[in-house]
Design a protein. Structure first.
Length: 585
């Protein structure tokens, strides 16, 4: 017996088919993963099921939820079905939540509009649901505005709103894409524990999530269903080329890279970054962190949001001032701010931002965007030579010459990120700082981008500082790993050591939270709770102790100094015990 029946679903915009002849079922209480690369039609399918497609879409086929036909149903039918029988968790809670209504009021309106509860009873149900989804001090959070909550907390509110009316089917569209790996694990654990008899249609490009959270999976490619079946069967014996490509692009657990023995190119010494608002206490984003990078080496800087990773990278580039410490390039100290550095120094250290759409000028063509650094650093170049250099830079990233006349809005996410990389590499820098450069990309696009970095490193000796919250990426790319927590160094050492035998409980928690594309051992479980505390008011002693499963009394009183342990630097009282295998339980 099926709860949801999708038959011959097709979606078209003008002359473009985005979904073609889609057929699948979801049984009561079943968890089904809908996977595919970006642009495969996953989100369009979800919106069609929910009756949320724009008027420009031409839809045909059938979507039945029990006795209700949802395609073409009038508003009164859809309002009766949503959210009491079917509900949705959107990818971006910041856009899905109304910024002008307090969190509790938004959830109360759901109960009132569907005549489930009113007044004090509705408010009590909302507070109880917010507590169930793990929000601390639920009555206070109910009175908060959406902008006052972190990304993980906003996503918990979205889950609460979806489950509040007790739906039979929950549609979750990339519910953890923008979250830290630890918060992702908490959210997925939460969905698993709360949905009980509620069926789940989980839309994602991360096959590791599907491996550990779903019983069955559907694979979309270019709007068509190319494979479906039990998760273990599809993973072990994929039948479609598209499925094999998705599996091949998924990071697999394996040995980390050995360290690179080369001359030091770039050094950050004792860096401290402090933001001082006009009102309120100072925010100490980075506290005495040091890092060195050798020629041809990739160093990953990992940690959750709020760890200070981006502030460290921006300080290295001279985009924010240092409160303490210094930046050294090839033995020469650089001025703290980029504006005071020489053109040669600025050319030597380049940046790739997380969001290419925000970092590319929408009024310029791809050719002009990539050529812009040359006009600044090599103004004497003739137009023909500059065009040839741009074409070669784009070709190195896998983009054909035809892309030169396109504008940023005509590019996919992966293509836009390649343009950003071409712009950074056209100056042949010595150091490249990448700030979450693949966070929002699907597996195949991410694999191509990481391959570009690795090729540039191997061919030119480029040194790379790769900022990421994903230890799966760090394991795939890095020679050394710096783990940061609340502005401080938690662990720094060779990737082989840090990722195979971590000596800090925080590193251990990050690794445990990484999902693996293996249904037999999927990982991706939360071993710590809560989120990074505010850097305005850090806990006494070890900053990690309120969340640490290994904490003892001294951890709340005494901040551990970073010290050398087995070739790494670790800031934990029990690092030597972890190394010996007899740390406190």
């Amino acid at each position: 017996m099926s709860l949801l029946e999708v038959r011959d679903l097709s979606i078209r915009y003008g002359a473009t088919d985005v979904v073609s002849g889609l057929d699948f079922d979801v049984a009561p209480g079943e968890a089904v993963g809908l996977v595919g690369a970006s642009g495969s039609g996953k989100s369009q399918t979800a919106l069609a099921i929910m009756g949320l497609l724009p008027r420009a879409a031409s839809i045909s086929g059938s979507v039945r939820l029990g006795p209700h036909e949802l395609l073409g149903a009038p508003a009164r039918v859809l309002d009766r079905v949503r959210p009491t029988r079917i509900a949705m968790v959107f990818q971006d809670p910041a856009q899905a939540l109304n910024p002008y209504l307090r969190v509790g009021r938004q959830l109360v309106r759901i109960l009132e509009q569907h005549r489930i509860a009113r007044g004090a009873s509705a408010r009590q149900k909302v507070v109880e649901m917010l507590a169930r989804v793990g929000l601390p001090d639920a009555p206070r959070q109910a009175a908060a505005w959406p902008h006052e909550l972190s990304g993980g907390m906003r996503q918990r509110v979205m889950i609460a709103s979806a489950l509040l009316a007790g739906p039979e089917l929950l549609v979750a569209d990339e519910p953890t894409t923008a979250l830290d790996v630890t918060v992702q694990a908490q959210i997925l654990d939460l969905l698993e524990s709360l949905r009980q008899d509620t069926a789940l249609l989980l839309i994602t490009h991360d096959l590791g999530i599907v491996a550990g959270r779903c019983e069955r999976m559907l694979v979309l490619e270019a709007g068509r269903l190319v494979e479906s079946g039990p998760v273990r069967e599809v993973f072990s014996r994929p039948q479609a080329a598209g499925t094999e490509a998705l599996l091949a692009a998924t990071p697999a657990p394996g040995a980390a890279r050995e360290a690179v023995a080369g001359p030091e190119v770039f050094r950050i010494e004792g860096a401290a970054v402090c933001y001082r608002p006009r009102r309120g206490p100072p925010l100490h984003a980075v506290r005495g962190v040091g890092l060195a990078v050798a020629r041809g080496e990739i160093v990953a800087v990992v940690g959750e949001s709020g760890a200070g990773k981006t502030s460290l990278g921006r300080a290295a580039l001279g985009l924010v001032p240092l409160a303490a410490g210094r930046i050294v390039l090839a033995g020469s100290e650089l001025a703290p701010l980029a504006a005071d550095r020489s053109l040669a120094a600025r050319r030597a250290v380049q940046l790739v931002f997380q969001d290419p759409a925000a970092s590319l000028n929408p009024r310029l063509t791809v050719s002009d965007i990539v050529a812009e650094p040359l006009t600044v650093h090599e103004p004497g170049l003739k137009a023909a030579e500059r065009g040839s250099r741009v074409e070669a830079a784009l070709a190195a990233t896998g983009l054909e010459a035809g892309f030169m006349t396109r504008y940023p809005h005509e590019l996919s996410g992966g293509q836009a990120q390649r343009v950003a990389i071409a712009r950074a590499l056209i100056l042949e820098p010595r150091v490249l700082i990448c700030d979450e450069a693949v966070a929002a990309l699907d597996g195949r696009a991410r694999r191509r981008i990481l391959g570009l970095f690795d090729t540039a490193r191997a061919e030119t000796g480029l040194a790379v500082i790769f900022i990421t919250h994903d230890l799966g990426v760090a394991q795939e790319m890095a020679h050394r790993v710096l783990v940061m927590y609340l502005g401080r160094l938690a662990e720094l050492g060779p990737a082989v050591a840090v990722l195979s035998q971590p000596l800090h409980p925080y590193t251990q928690a990050l690794l445990a939270a990484v999902p693996r594309a293996d249904p037999r051992d999927p990982g991706g479980r939360a071993t710590i709770t809560g989120e990074v505390p505010s850097p305005v008011a850090t806990p006494a002693g070890c900053a990690f102790h309120p969340r640490c499963p290994r904490a003892e009394g001294r951890c709340a009183e005494e901040r551990p100094a970073a010290r050398g342990v087995a070739g790494s630097r670790v800031a934990c009282h029990f690092a030597e015990e972890f190394l010996a295998g007899d740390a406190p339980a």
